[in-house]
Design a protein around this ligand. Sequence first.
Ligand code: FES
Ligand code: FES
Length: 208
Amino acid sequence: MDSVPKKRKSVSRRAFIQSVSGGAVGAGVVSRLLGKEPRPRPTGPGELEVFEKKRISFTVNGRKVILDAEPRETLLQVLRERLRLTGAKRVCNRGECGGCTVLLNGRTVYACHLLAVQADGADVLTVEGLASGDKLHPVQQAFIDKDGYQCGFCTPGFLLASVGLLAKNKQPTFDEIRAGLAGNICRCGNYQKIYAAVGAAAEVLRRG
Ligand code: FES
Ligand code: FES
């Protein structure tokens, strides 16, 4: 008597691998195999929501912000795209140029290289928060007085890096200014005037 092939209830190995390699469909099969249905995403047919959002809160330029951030979102994305604070620039987006420099709890950081969730509970200062009303910060004023910019694209990053530097070192030498700003690139090559501006700002800040 011919044996009747048994019907297989489980997903075959081949079907499993084909499904998994099928991206979103594969993820759906995996979820079913694990006994979990994928959570539907309201937009984007055929897509699955991959990242859970995390509620975070931090202070930006003295104002408290509460938002739901994806774990993959950088602080720079949140500042520019969600809070519309576009002073910090997205240039290299990989921690090389300093265009996105902000202060986090007084420390100079690349906002493109920091996840937004890492800023949870922190105090963030961007170039938009440097001036007090109509009164420019002494570093801003010194950049104007000493022509510390040409196209100005790198300027917000240099301003924040300079403020961070002068908070740590109130009387930097020329070499210390150069070393302190080494993480920022000016494509216009305006370095000498930038260093002069930082030296002038240091003097103003020391006088109080
Ligand atoms: S944009 Fe962040 S370091 Fe270049
Ligand atoms: S002033 Fe143009 S990049 Fe620095």
